[in-house]
Structure formats: structure tokens, C-alpha cells
Design a protein around this ligand. Structure first.
Ligand code: HEM
Ligand code: HEM
Ligand SMILES: Nc1nc2c(c(=O)[nH]1)N[C@H]1C(S)=C(S)[C@@H](COP(=O)(O)O)O[C@H]1N2
Ligand SMILES: [Mo]
Length: 338
């Protein structure tokens, strides 16, 4: 039998505890970045990428722990291995996206693979941590441990900064990313703009003759909708692309008149909906045109919302109703559920 290298038990427990913290930070900051279409997105992604790189830096220690674990066969080792594979796939796709070296995995963008693998890994992560208990002792939480942790975090941040410097110095495609990490696609050229959906919504075919828009106390036909409000805005999809277009249609404050309430609920023919604070109505556009032409079915025909400064999932397509009520705007799932 080959000699097995032994990792001191305490070092192993500390490595696992650090990995747990880093996975939690990466997961939370990833979603936090998606919640913003403005600069907090970048701040969040710097912490995010740093925690991802820190996980990679801990791999030499983790592989000693894993080798010891695999050396004592127990039920569930395949779940641990699957968990490891998913985390590695997620990190590889994240790096592929950020450097621009690998942007597609077949039909899926690297960003979709990155987030998808992390989501699938969650149940396995919970199982792994529950089934492979670690006991953190008071002596592990010493000043020295925290100093070393801080040093390691600094090292990870520097390593991430290093990847960004290399990406820009060598002009890798990643150098052209927006602050959200997204890549430009089809700007000012609507036919070249990608069609995307949050999860499972299919493109409906709506008859403009029969389509109606319901607003408080009023119904509008397609022909009745004003379309003289114009706006240039960036749709930035969490799938990893962004597109700048000139949109025209009607501002929500003009559609809603003097409706009273807390929030606006914009509803799609598919049931997909998002809520906004009522006072933001003047900055939201119900668009019927893109680049001067009627929308394509894929982009939301007959009418879709344009929500400047917000990520793509707020830009409800195939809008059929705009309600105003007294629920607060935050009374909704932070991300769509369909
Ligand atoms: C297992 C959990 C995760 C890990 C370990 C992880 C790690 C990483 C890494 C290493 C990168 C590349 C950073 C770089 O060096 O440039 C990255 C990028 C990114 N991740 Fe994650 N990630 C995880 C989950 C998520 C989730 C759940 C989301 C979103 C909901 C997300 C959103 C992003 C975004 C938007 C980028 C692109 C940043 C940019 O291009 O500047 N990640 N991630
Ligand atoms: C990047 C994240 C992680 C990966 C890829 C990973 C992977 C693995 C693998 C492949 C094994 C060996 C197979 C097994 O024993 O089932 C293992 C063992 C183990 N893992 Fe993890 N793990 C990660 C994070 C964690 C975390 C967050 C904890 C606890 C908080 C943890 C605790 C353990 C323990 C206690 C063992 C058993 C060690 C032994 O038997 O001596 N791991 N891990
Ligand atoms: N009804 C409905 N509207 C939706 C979605 C959806 O799944 N259903 N996806 C959103 C997401 S995540 C994005 S990025 C944009 C994509 O718009 P596009 O297809 O015009 O590029 O639509 C948004 N509006
Ligand atoms: Mo999206």
C-alpha cells in the first residue's frame, strides 16, 4: 500500500471551515451582484472573485483532507466527489467568462454554466457539511488564525487583481467586460440582439388586434398606446451579455395618471411579474419599439418594459397589465421564480 500523507487534523478542520465561509461569501456576493445594475455590482464582484480565487488557493490543503477522506471508504463519497466536480466546473466557467477565454459551453454561456453549477451544488454542499462534520475549537479561533486568515484573504485579492491586470495587459476578450462582468452584443442593431429569458418562459405569439393593456381604470389597445417617449438604455442580462438600444413607447407615469399607491406591478402574459416603487414611474418606459421598429416577438412584442439601471430580469416582456396597489415594492421574491 502506498504511504498516505497525513494532514494534521486541526489544519484540516481549519481548511474546511475556511472553505465553508468562502463558499457562503461567493454564493451571497454572486447574487448580490445580480441584484444591482449599478456600481455596487462591481464592489460585490471584487469580493466574489476574491473568495473564488481563495477557494482555489486552499486546494492543496483540501486535497490532503480529501485524500484522507477517500482513504476511509464511507457511504456518500461519490456525493463528495460530485460536489467537488461541480465547484470546479463553476470556478472554471467563472474564470472562462471573466477572462473571455471560454464564453460558451455548447448552447450555454459560461455565466449560465457558472451559476447553474453553483445552484446544483447547493444540496450536495449542505449534505457534505452535515455528513462530514467538523468541530471548530476555541483554540482554532486564536489571534494567529485570524491574522493568517487576513493574510490569505489579502493574497487572494492580490491574485484576483493579478488576473485582471493580465486580462487587460494581454487584451484578452475579458478586457471588454462591463462593470457587471457582461459582454456587449448587438447594440443599436436589434436583429443582432440576443433573445433571453430568466428561466423557462417561452415566446408567446400575441395578436396585436386582440392584445389589451390593463392599467388602473383603463384598457388600451395596441393602436391607442402613445409611442413618442424615447430612451437609450442598456439591457444587461445576468446570463452575461448587455445590449444598448434606442427604445420608444410610453412612460409609465403617463399611463398611470394619478393612480395612488405604494408600488407598480408589471405583469406579462406568461404570469412573469416584477414590482417597482410608484415614484419610479417616470423613469420606466413601456416600449413598443426598438431602433424605431416594432419589437420582435422574442424581445417582447407587443410591449415590454425598459427599466434603465436595472438588470435584464426587471425588463418584463409581453406586458398585459400594469397595476398599482398598496403593497410595498420589496414584497416580492428578489429574483423571478419562473
Ligand atoms: C460555488 C460558488 C461560486 C464560486 C466559487 C464562484 C467563483 C467565481 C470566480 C472564481 C469567478 C471569476 C473571477 C475572476 O477571477 O475574474 C467568478 C465570476 C463571476 N461570478 Fe461567481 N462563483 C460562485 C457562484 C456564483 C453565483 C451563484 C453567481 C450569481 C448568482 C455568480 C456570479 C458571478 C459573476 C457575475 C462573475 C463575473 C465577474 C466578472 O466577470 O467580473 N457566481 N465567480
Ligand atoms: C470547495 C469545497 C469542498 C470540496 C470540493 C470538498 C470535497 C471533499 C472530498 C472530495 C472529500 C473526500 C470524500 C469524502 O470523505 O466524502 C472531502 C472530505 C471531507 N470534507 Fe470536504 N469539500 C469541500 C468543502 C468542505 C467543507 C465546507 C467542509 C466542512 C465544513 C468539509 C468537510 C469535509 C470533511 C470533514 C471530510 C472528511 C475528511 C476525513 O475523513 O478525514 N468539506 N471533501
Ligand atoms: N415575461 C418575461 N419577461 C422577461 C423574461 C422572462 O423570462 N419572461 N426574462 C427577462 C430577462 S432575464 C432578460 S435578460 C430580458 C431579455 O430580453 P431580450 O430577450 O429582449 O434580450 O427579458 C426579461 N423579461
Ligand atoms: Mo437575463
Amino acid at each position: 500500500m502506498a504511504t498516505r500523507r497525513h494532514v494534521p487534523t486541526r489544519l484540516g478542520a481549519k481548511t474546511n471551515a475556511a472553505l465553508l465561509a468562502l463558499l457562503a461569501v461567493a454564493f451571497l456576493t454572486g447574487w448580490l451582484a445580480f441584484a444591482f445594475g449599478t456600481s455596487p455590482s462591481r464592489t460585490s464582484l471584487i469580493v466574489h472573485a476574491t473568495s473564488g480565487v481563495a477557494i482555489l488557493l486552499l486546494l492543496p490543503w483540501k486535497s490532503m483532507v480529501a485524500r484522507r477522506g477517500l482513504g476511509r471508504p464511507r457511504p456518500g463519497r461519490w456525493a463528495s466527489i460530485a460536489f467537488g466536480v461541480l465547484v470546479m466546473v463553476s470556478i472554471a466557467a467563472g474564470l472562462g467568462h471573466s477572462t473571455g477565454l471560454v464564453l460558451w459551453w455548447g448552447p450555454f454561456s459560461s455565466m449560465e454554466v457558472h451559476v447553474g453549477a453553483a445552484l446544483v451544488a447547493i444540496p450536495l454542499a449542505i449534505w457534505h457539511v452535515a455528513a462530514r462534520r467538523i468541530r471548530v475549537r476555541a483554540t482554532d479561533l486564536s489571534r494567529r488564525t485570524f491574522l493568517k486568515g487576513g493574510l490569505a484573504a489579502g493574497l487572494a485579492a492580490a491574485a484576483y487583481g493579478g488576473t485582471e491586470v493580465i486580462v487587460h495587459a494581454t487584451s484578452l476578450p475579458g478586457a471588454a467586460r462591463r462593470f457587471t462582468g457582461s459582454y456587449e452584443a448587438g447594440s443599436f442593431d436589434p436583429p443582432a440582439m440576443p433573445v433571453s429569458s430568466w428561466m423557462f418562459d417561452a415566446i408567446p405569439s400575441l395578436d396585436p388586434e386582440r392584445w389589451r393593456l390593463r392599467t388602473p381604470g383603463k384598457e388600451w389597445s395596441y393602436a391607442q398606446l402613445p409611442m413618442d417617449d424615447r430612451l437609450t438604455a442598456i439591457l444587461d442580462c445576468t446570463g452575461g451579455f448587455y445590449s444598448t438600444q434606442e427604445w420608444s413607447g410610453v412612460r409609465l407615469d403617463r399611463l398611470l395618471g394619478s393612480s395612488q399607491g405604494q408600488s407598480i406591478r408589471v405583469v406579462s402574459s406568461s404570469g412573469y411579474d416584477r414590482r417597482f416603487p410608484l415614484h419610479q414611474a417616470p423613469s420606466l418606459l413601456l416600449a413598443t419599439r426598438c431602433g424605431g421598429e416594432p419589437l420582435d416577438p422574442g424581445h417582447g412584442f407587443p410591449a415590454r418594459l425598459v427599466a434603465p439601471g436595472r438588470r435584464g430580469y426587471w425588463w418584463v416582456k409581453w406586458v398585459v397589465a400594469i397595476d398599482v396597489d398598496d403593497l410595498p415594492y420589496w414584497w416580492q421574491s428578489p429574483f423571478p421564480l419562473q
